[in-house]
Design a protein around this ligand. Structure first.
Ligand code: FES
Ligand code: FES
Length: 157
């Protein structure tokens, strides 16, 4: 089937099997490999992306269901000028090790900080509870997200 959607500001059209997940479509058809695939059944959060502004798990969505939508992947949350405030905060707080979970966590955190730039540590922990990290523990991740709030409040994100 042909499916059309926008990804990171670019209109794309892809021929896919109806059973293909959105995560695999992005990775294998569009070479957007920043979206990681871990559990493939909605538990780990590694495949999180923004679909029409909402953080969703792309392993649970079929590519054909994305018809007409606007998608932002972790690549779309980066720029060529340097680290974004959220990325810089993760680096400053040593909030990653192997990095496998990081795209999903950055994407979830970006959605949270965009909607709730005044969120507190409990709220960050609640929202990130759907993103599993096997390396770092969560203290540094939560600190990094909290530290990035100022950029979202000031519009510098
Ligand atoms: S790969 Fe999608 S939630 Fe784990
Ligand atoms: S940094 Fe390795 S899984 Fe999170």
């Amino acid at each position: 089937m042909q499916v059309r959607f926008e990804v990171n500001g670019r209109e794309v059209e892809v021929a896919v099997e109806p059973r293909l997940t959105l995560a695999d479509c992005l990775r294998h058809h569009l070479r957007l490999t920043g979206t990681h695939v871990g559990c493939e059944h909605g538990v780990c959060g590694a495949c999180t992306l923004l679909l029409d502004g909402k953080a969703v798990r792309s392993c649970l969505i079929l590519a054909v269901q994305a018809e007409g939508s606007k998608i932002v992947t972790v690549e779309g949350l980066s720029n060529d000028e340097g680290l974004t405030p959220l990325q810089a905060s993760f680096r400053r707080h040593h909030a990653l090790q192997c990095g496998f979970c990081t795209p999903g966590i950055i994407t979830t955190a970006h959605a949270l900080l965009t909607a709730e730039p005044d969120c507190d540590a409990d709220r960050v922990r609640e929202v990130l509870s759907g993103n599993l990290c096997r390396c770092t523990g969560y203290v540094s991740i939560v600190e990094a997200v909290l530290d990035a709030r100022a950029a979202y409040k000031s519009g510098a994100s």
